[in-house]
Ligand binder design. Sequence first.
Ligand SMILES: Cc1ncc(COP(=O)(O)O)c(C=O)c1O
Length: 424
Amino acid sequence: MAQLTTTPTLRSATPLDAAAVRAEFPILNQAVERGRPSLVFLDSAASSQKPAVVIEALEGYYRTTNANIHRGVYQLSELATAQYEQARHLVADFINARSPRECIFVRNTTEAINLVAQTWGRANIGPGDLIVLTVMEHHSNLVPWQILAQEKGARLAHVRLTAEGRLDLAHLDELLIQEPKLVAFTHMSNSLGTLNDAAEIVQRARASGAVTLIDGAQSVPHLPVDVQALDCDFLAFSGHKMLGPMGSGVLYGKRSLLEAMPPFMGGGGMIRAVELDHATWADLPAKFEAGTPAVGDAIGLGVAVEYLTALGMDRVWEHERELVAYALTRLGEIPELIIHGPADAQARGGAISFTLGEIHPHDVAAILDEHGVAVRAGHHCNQPLMRSLGLVATTRASFYLYNTEADVDRLVEALHAAHRVFAI
Ligand SMILES: Cc1ncc(COP(=O)(O)O)c(C=O)c1O
């Protein structure tokens, strides 16, 4: 039967040995054709690569344990159920939730936020109510609230940014005077890399009577996140950005709120009893997990969480900070390169957006690709943010625990080449 408990080989090394971590990611160690550059993967903000233990856990699940959960009375189903619920325990411990019941498995951050908008939002937001968001939000934390506001006749307001790409907390305070029902914001910007002071924002929002939702898509994979210390009401994050399988994600919610919320989707698994014309709901977390869940993906996420926990999130974060400081210095050597976001490595995470003179970000990304460096170019699902910066797109390099200074050097070399090609 598949083993859920993994034993990463890197438990005691300190600080993080990124080269050893990298060796555990098969995709980063593929043989390359003669004359072709090896892969430098700098797009982890979109989705991370997966270590062998996660890939093996997925394969092991399908080879040895696959069965539908929560309904079978046979051994295989009981084992699959136990592993699925064990993964929920691991996730709950990872973010320090009071109970695994507060962790709902979803497909991704987007689904988690839509769940809150469609259940808590529909039940609690009315005509004229104010929802406070920020200009730096990903479309996933904008559009669900736009849909809700249009349906309910509610109002939206957005916290402005400072020139350096940080949230203007004085503007937040002005908006809080209007007593919003909800403050929903990203912990870390996926374009600017800005790390927001989530505990401070939650505290101010709570003092004004607002419910709080943190978009943790870019923070939970990279730094220690403790929902009790933050005291947020909801936290949404994506398993696939933190070494877990595609199709895995989590909504954390405070138990009292989740219990009071109506269900998201109706169907099997989420009910207590069904009559022909009405039904009653199952307890948490089943109430929000209608239909057959992605069992193997949740189990794979549990293994990813064990892997990260064994490495230590403090060390992961420390490694990324050092790498970002190095990258900011090295990128400064490239003529006409402008970094969008905080210049201070201590105030930011590992997503670095930049423009290179007048060269279109897609052209920059295409040249980097020729050098084996995979980055993203575009609006990064941040169209309003791009507009506020007077930009259409940027090129973005994003780092994770398997990246090294050698990757930064390859990026810098390739950028020099791009600069030469366009001879600006
Ligand atoms: C800050 C932020 N929020 C939300 C999302 C959406 O994540 P997903 O596509 O996994 O739903 C992303 C994805 O890049 C993100 O960076």
